[in-house]
Structures are given as structure tokens and as C-alpha cells.
Design a protein around this ligand. Sequence first.
Ligand SMILES: Nc1nc2c(ncn2[C@@H]2O[C@H](COP(=O)(O)OP(=O)(O)OP(=O)(O)O)[C@@H](O)[C@H]2O)c(=O)[nH]1
Ligand SMILES: [Mg+2]
Length: 450
Amino acid sequence: MATLDQQSDAVVVRIVYDGPPTAGKTTTLRALAQRLGQGQVFTPEESAGRTVYFDWMEYTGGRFEGRQIRCQIVSVPGQRALAPRRKLLLESADAVVFVADTSQERMGESLAHLDDLMVTLKSRPLPPGVVLQANKRDLPDAAPLERLRKTYGLALVESVASAGEGTREAFVFAVRLALDRAREQMRLGELKAHDGAVENADSLLSQMKVLPLDPLAFETWADAPKPRLSPRGSPPRLPDTSVPAGWIWPAINGRILLQEAGVGLPSAPRELTPSEWVADAESGWRFHSASTSAFSDADDAREALIRWAQMHASLSGWISPNRCIALCETGDGEFRIWQVVRNEPSLWANLVTTLRTRDAENIGARFSEAAVMCTRAAQRWSQAPYELPCTLETVGAVEGSAGFVSLMPEPDRIGAPSSLDRRARLLQQLQALLTSELGEQHYLRDGVSG
Ligand SMILES: Nc1nc2c(ncn2[C@@H]2O[C@H](COP(=O)(O)OP(=O)(O)OP(=O)(O)O)[C@@H](O)[C@H]2O)c(=O)[nH]1
Ligand SMILES: [Mg+2]
């Protein structure tokens, strides 16, 4: 939302760069920084070259109603699991530059992402304008742009961000759109002088760091960042039914569960974050080994396995039963503990499915049920010996009541039950799901009948 900064007598507008993963948003900002010649891009964090929070730069130039124009130029993280961060940025946009990967291969994904953006923006009271930056035009399979041009009726600028081409043009257009919006805000009496300091990259980062974000929100690990090889060069071996006795919990049933889990298991896991390995089997089971679950000594690994087992045993009744813990040699002389869990539908997954039914009555009923279940989970889990993370992604139906269906936090990190009001936290999340994820996207996109 454009604001007046009284301290510097400037109007502050925010241009947000959105687009699918790896479309070239960060590359665009870096190219723009060079072309505009004012300062550097600030990137709080990257993982394997992917934006984790945002990229930020500022540009001051031109005048609006006698005041200086200060542009905050921000790019969103494209990865789906980071969507809450993207949403936060889109909510504050005065104009959006949509960076599309226009290669033949990625065009469909770009269009789907653009649909999502348009629906998200439409729900805002004064929707910001959008410029389409058709990127990667240098690729040999660059797709024709007719469909992009005709379907959306948006201004379109072709670009090769990696060579800096087209980035300045798209930006200049976006600033015009942002100022059009600021003028409209002024007309409506909504262009407000800011009390105190205007938001900057640091305050935005602090705000983002407390946004609820479940690292397990990856629907499949395929959505996670591309695998990177460990320094040793090879992924660790995944556990199978040949693990030695005493290396699996529960003792007997664990091996049987491992057999079921191992059906359609990829030959190697993927590295999600440094030294954190994951694999999804076609059987619907998930294998996960945290970075702290690697040991050079077998005895240390056994002791850790016992701690995992004790924690699981003491939580039985609260957690979904289809899970086991296995210890496995990595193939590189190390040992790793693997948590193997069958995917059970969480409240979140159920609600998203329900919304697709487009049946208002059904949607209403399922949401009330979810609210009741959240409340029950919060109450029930407060009796558990450990603090189980209680979110829409971790709560699901377990044997008729609200149980924990997600991956378990590591024993050394899980705490004693805290006095935190879990019920309030869950209801807050449910509301957030309604207003952002579903209210803004699916609900409006699909329409609701009934
Ligand atoms: N050929 C070509 N490659 C590009 C172009 N723009 C960006 N790239 C490459 O695309 C890859 C991803 O670029 P990024 O700028 O990191 O993508 P992003 O949209 O910020 O990705 P996320 O942060 O994950 O959302 C990099 O390898 C870039 O060098 C372009 O115009 N042409
Ligand atoms: Mg990026």
C-alpha cells in the first residue's frame, strides 16, 4: 500500500516481482540494480540459489504530487512451500511484475501461476496493476506469446533477464501502474502518512520470520529444492527390511511396516537441506532423515534410536500408528536414523480437497468440522508428554479422534508441553487458511455453487 513518508517527504510505493519458481525474478532484480545504478540487491537468504525470503532493493526517482517517489522493489520466493511469504508480499504490492518463464516446457506452469496471481489480487480492495515480463526469450524453445497476450489483456514486455534486456522497461511500466494506484488511493482519501518508520527490508524480514511456515508443507518432495549432492558425493542408503535386529522400532511390526513402505521407493533419497534427506515412496510412505540424525559411531546412533523409540512409545495414542524408525548404514561408513511415516490426510489437505467440490454446504460443514477437530486436538494434545506441533498440516483423523499425522520433531528438539494456547493458535491458522489460501484463491477462482 503506497504511503507518505513524512520524514523524507516521499511517496513510497512497492513493486513486487512474482512468478513461478526459477522464472528469473532474482536475476531480474540483480540486472535492474545494475541498470538503475542505485545500490545493491539485498537477499536475506538463499538455498541452492533459490530465494528463501525475498530480494529487496530501493530506487528513488521522479516526483509524484510534488513529492519524491521512493520505490521498494521486492521479489517473492517462488517455491510453493514458501507461499505464505509470497502472499505477505503480494498483499503489500502497489504493482506487480509477473516474471513468466516462457520456454515451451514451462509456459503451462507460468500460465497457471499467473491465474493464481490474478485471483489473489482481485480479492484486494484496490487491485494493483500487473505487467507481464515474458522472460527467457533467448531460449531455443521460447514459446509464442499470443496466448499470454490475448488471455490476460496485460501490458507485456519481453525480456532476457540474464542479459538485463527488458527489465528496465517492465519496471518503468510497473512504477506508472503503482502511481496510478497511489493517485486513486489519494482520491479515496486512503493515501495515509505513515506513523513512525516506513517498513524496510529488516522489518519485513522480522515479520516474515514469524510467519507460520511448515517445512513439511511440501506436498511431495519433488516440490522441494533440487537435490544437491552431499560433500561425499553420494546420497545415503535408504533403510529396507534387511536392517539388523535392534536397528528398527517397533521391534517386529517395524520390519513389516518397512516392507509396505518400501514399495515404489526411489533408488536414492533427495537432499532437502544440507544433510537432510527425504524420499517419497509410491506406497504413500515418506522417509525422512534429519541433518542431526547422522552418526559416525554405531553406538551413538543406537542410543539416539532408543531416544526416538522412547518418544514414539510415550506418544502412542496421540500420533498416527503407521510409522517406524530405522537405523541404517549410509554406505559411506556413517549411520543414519530414518523416520518412516505413512501419509495420512491432514486437516489442511482435506479442506483443500473439499473446496474443489464447489459445494457451499459441504464446504461450510467441513470447515466447522475442522474447527471442532482443531479444538479437540489442542485440548487432547495438551495432555501429551511432549509438545507436538499443532497445525492444520499436523492434525488429522487418527482412529476417530484428532491425532498427529506428520513427521515427528527430533527428540532433542521436541519440548515439554508449554503453556502456549494451542487452541488459539490453531484457530488463527484456520482463519488464515480461509482468508488467504482458500478465501482468496480457490473460492473465488472456482466459484461456489449452492
Ligand atoms: N536462459 C535464461 N536463463 C535465465 C534468464 N533469467 C534467469 N535465468 C536463469 O534461471 C535460473 C533461475 O533464476 P532466478 O532468478 O534465481 O529465479 P527465481 O525466479 O528468482 O527463482 P526462485 O527464487 O526459486 O523463485 C538461473 O539459473 C538464471 O540464470 C533468461 O532470461 N534466460
Ligand atoms: Mg529468486
